[in-house]
Structures are given as C-alpha cells and as structure tokens.
Design a protein around this ligand. Sequence first.
Ligand code: HEC
Length: 192
Amino acid sequence: MKNFHILLTIVLLFISCSKRYPKIVYMPDMYYSEAYEPYSDAIKPYKKNNNIILFKNRITSLIPVPGTVPRNENGFLPYMLPNTKEGYEASKKITISPMDPNKKIVNLKRGKEMYIIYCAICHNNDGNGEGYLVKKEKILGVPNYKYLNLTIGSIYHVIMYGKNNMGSYASQLNTEDRWKIALYVKELQKNK
Ligand code: HEC
C-alpha cells in the first residue's frame, strides 16, 4: 500500500510536469491570447461566434481617415507649403504666427533659448551674421538679418527646409519651437 502511494505520487508528478501544452484547458482565452499587435497583418482571422472580428485587408486596426493631421505633445502643426521657390515666395505672405499671441513673452523666451543653441553659431547672438563659424571662416554667406526682407512665415520656411548653405532644422526643432524661433528672429530684426 505504501509503495503504491509513492508510485502514484511519482506518476502524478510526471504527468503534471511533462505536458507543456495540456490537452484540456479550462480558460483557453487566458492561455492562448487571440489578440494581435496593432496594425499587424492578421494571418489567422480572429473569429468569435463565427463572425470575423477584423477590418478589411486583414489589418487589425483602423487606419486614420484621409487628411487626418497627427497632433501630439510635441505640438505638431501642419505646414502645407512645399520646398520650392513658389513655396518660399508664398511663405513671405505669412505674417501671423499660429502660436497664441497671449503667450508672446514666454514664446520669445523659448525662441531665444533655441536660437542661441541652434542658430547663433552662424548668425551670431544679435543676428548680424558674424557667428563663431563665420569668424572661423567655416561657412560663408551668412546674411545680417537687418538687410533682409523677412516675414515670420519666411523665417519658419527657412528653418523648415533650409536655404542654400543653410540646412534644414526640421529634424532638430519641433513645429512649435520653429515658430518661436521665427518670432525671436523677427524681434532681432526690430532691434536694428
Ligand atoms: C551653419 C550655419 C547656419 C546655421 C546654424 C543657421 N543658419 Fe540661417 N543661414 C545660413 C546661411 C549661409 C544663410 C544664407 C542662405 C542664402 O540665402 O543663401 C542663412 C540664411 C538664413 C535666413 C535668411 C533666409 C532668407 O529668406 O533669405 C534666415 C531667416 C535664417 N538663416 C534663419 C536661421 C535660423 C532661425 C537658424 C536656427 C534654427 C539658422 N538660420 C541657423 C547659415 C546658417
């Protein structure tokens, strides 16, 4: 009798350990998740009561409606003008920033901070075009803002796409910061 107990225990132990994928499960939804990763291609349609719960083309999430504009905490705003001569000319007609005019003081402060970091190395702190890299003769043709006919829109356009020797800053500055810097450059022009 005692031996039988030991034998039974050993057998039970083996049974319980050896089956990685048990044949009988009580809550299959919990063992085998039917969820797909968002936007993944659904290889096996997910069926429930014989209804396929998936969108068209086997995608697992709805894609945004055409014309949808992404907005996130980085303050993305759409900018429709293309990187062409016409786009640049059109940008000259933008004289109003989309930023909240009531926040001008804080926006200018932020614009200045970003300008000093990204632009002053060429354009100099006061915008006279005599920045460090110019003095070291590493770059040529940096203009003095004073002599240029700039609008807030054209400054934004140049930060966004660059111009000749000046590269684009779109990958380094988010939309809001670009408008804030443009506001600050306008302010620098005023001081002249
Ligand atoms: C590596 C040097 C360099 C840096 C950094 C730089 N620029 Fe420029 N920038 C130039 C040069 C060169 C030009 C002249 C482009 C031309 O007209 O050929 C220019 C021109 C401009 C103009 C005049 C564009 C026009 O419409 O004629 C503006 C405005 C301007 N930069 C703003 C900025 C701002 C804002 C930043 C910072 C985000 C910046 N730049 C950073 C080199 C630089």
